[in-house]
Ligand binder design. Structure first.
Ligand SMILES: [Zn+2]
Length: 201
């Protein structure tokens, strides 16, 4: 089935000489989509269209459109992936390593104590229960003796790994702050395109 044009809507572009046009399409299956374009030679040279999804309700997302000056710089701040390139994937690295890179050392010590005090995995709470569940999901088993061994080894070998969680944490926090500042600044350069809500049946 092909898309059929349902209607268009436009607003004046920033320079005032042209328009930003949104076209709505629908098909026989009651599906809708839209496309948006800058119909102004001057503004299309100067801006890129940016679409941002925003959460409406109950798993429903809406699109908001913005203009952003061309060649606006990308984020260049701190990036955890650059500092510690190895991915922390439970299915690709030894479980002990996964623990070291995912949990704080103090948390692992608490878990070790808890593991030594219970006899059944079902009795575990908090992070210990979380670790047992992850082991179960990844390896299809979660024996308390195995967990004890892994967590104890993770505690012993914690500092062997430069990308342990304790070292990741400050970088994660720095990246969060820098990305937030970047987005805040970028927002100032974005021009919102007011479009009416459509396609809601
Ligand atoms: Zn224009």
């Amino acid at each position: 089935m092909s898309w059929e044009e349902m209607g268009t809507e436009s607003v004046t572009c920033p320079c005032g000489k042209g328009k930003i046009v949104r076209t709505n399409y629908g098909d026989d299956w009651n599906r809708f989509k839209e496309s948006i374009s800058i119909c102004c030679p001057e503004c299309s040279k100067k801006y890129d269209l940016v679409t941002k999804s925003w959460y409406k309700h109950a798993g429903d997302y809406g699109d908001a459109y913005y203009l952003l000056e061309k060649n606006y710089p990308e984020y260049t701040g701190v990036n955890l992936q650059d500092v510690f390139p190895d991915k922390v994937d439970i299915n690709k690295i030894p479980f002990v390593e996964y623990l070291i890179k995912t949990y704080k050392r103090t948390d692992l010590f608490d878990v070790e104590r808890e593991l030594n005090n219970v006899t059944a995995v079902s009795r575990l709470t908090g992070i210990a229960a979380d670790i047992a569940q992850k082991h179960k999901r990844a390896f299809d088993s979660a024996k308390i003796t195995v967990l004890r061994q892994c967590v104890a080894e993770a505690g012993r070998r914690y500092n062997e790994f430069a990308d342990n969680k304790e070292h990741r944490l400050p970088i994660e926090e720095q990246e969060r702050q820098e990305r937030y500042a970047y987005e805040e600044e970028k927002r100032k350069h974005m021009i919102f395109i007011p479009c009416k809500e459509i396609g809601n049946d």
